[in-house]
Ligand binder design. Structure first.
Ligand code: PGA
Length: 250
């Protein structure tokens, strides 16, 4: 059985002081969670959050990582820098990075490899735009995105990676994929992994749903066989809401 993983994606929200306050509020609310609990925070908040989560069950994540070890890449942050600050997870290839910052499947793969080499667990985002779903390309697209992102990893590294299936049309829009749509597409992703790495590996990979997941729809989504957790944007910015998502099984 896969342990569910619920991760907050704070995006460009919360100053370090606000970040600390949110984590302090969250800690008692999620302490009995059966899911793995992660908060992925802006880079500048990492030291404050690393300090705040000490001794709790909340794991620290980043929202991006550069693929080079070091060098002349002004403004970028390496996997080793994140690791040294206590980061364990890192979101890679979020649709906002793909849309606004020129992220491609190839750079996603480079980042995944750099993260894994440094001992970070990647949360790899894949998902289709509305027009792609309407044209019937969803399955082919998520298969392609997933397999490219994982290229070069060992079976063991693939097994411990996290994938987030996020239909782009559902992010921040209040629209959610139906429970069945999310389950079906996540099943397609797992099948693609099984085809390349074998069923045993595919059965271990945790695949989240993301896109307007909230306290109201979490139970239905998590009741689906293929869905192993969620990547939560808006609803992760308020401790009561995020804790209701985390405690979906209570
Ligand atoms: P949302 O964001 O929950 O606000 O839709 C999810 C995400 O972008 O990861």
């Amino acid at each position: 059985m896969r342990t569910p993983i619920i991760a907050g994606n704070w995006k460009m929200n919360k100053t370090p002081a606000e970040a600390k306050a949110l984590v302090e509020e969250l800690k008692p609310l999620v302490k009995d969670a059966s899911a793995t609990v992660v908060v992925c925070v802006p880079a500048i908040d990492i030291p404050a959050v690393a300090e705040a989560v000490k001794g709790s069950n909340i794991k620290l994540g980043a929202e991006n990582v550069h693929f080079k070890e070091s060098g002349a890449y002004t403004g970028e942050i390496s996997a080793a820098m994140l690791k040294e600050c206590g980061v364990e997870y890192v979101i890679i290839g979020h649709s906002e990075r793909r849309t606004y910052f020129g992220e491609t499947d190839e750079t996603v793969n480079l980042r995944v490899k750099a993260a894994v080499a440094a001992g970070l667990t990647p949360i790899i985002c894949v998902g289709e735009h509305k027009e792609e779903r309407e044209a019937g390309y969803t399955d082919a697209l998520v298969t392609y995105q997933t397999l490219i992102a994982l290229t070069g990893l060992t079976d063991g590294e693939v097994a411990s990676a996290v994938i987030a299936y996020e239909p782009v049309w559902a992010i921040g829009t209040g629209l959610t994929a139906t429970d069945e749509q999310a389950n079906e597409t996540i099943g397609v992703i797992r099948k693609a992994i099984a085809g390349k790495y074998g069923c045993e590996v595919a059965e271990k990979v945790r695949i989240q749903y993301g896109g307007s997941m909230n306290p109201k729809n979490v139970k239905g989504l998590m009741a689906q066989k293929e869905i192993d957790g969620g990547l939560i944007g808006g609803a992760s910015l308020k401790a009561p809401d995020f804790s209701l998502v985390v405690n979906f099984d209570k």
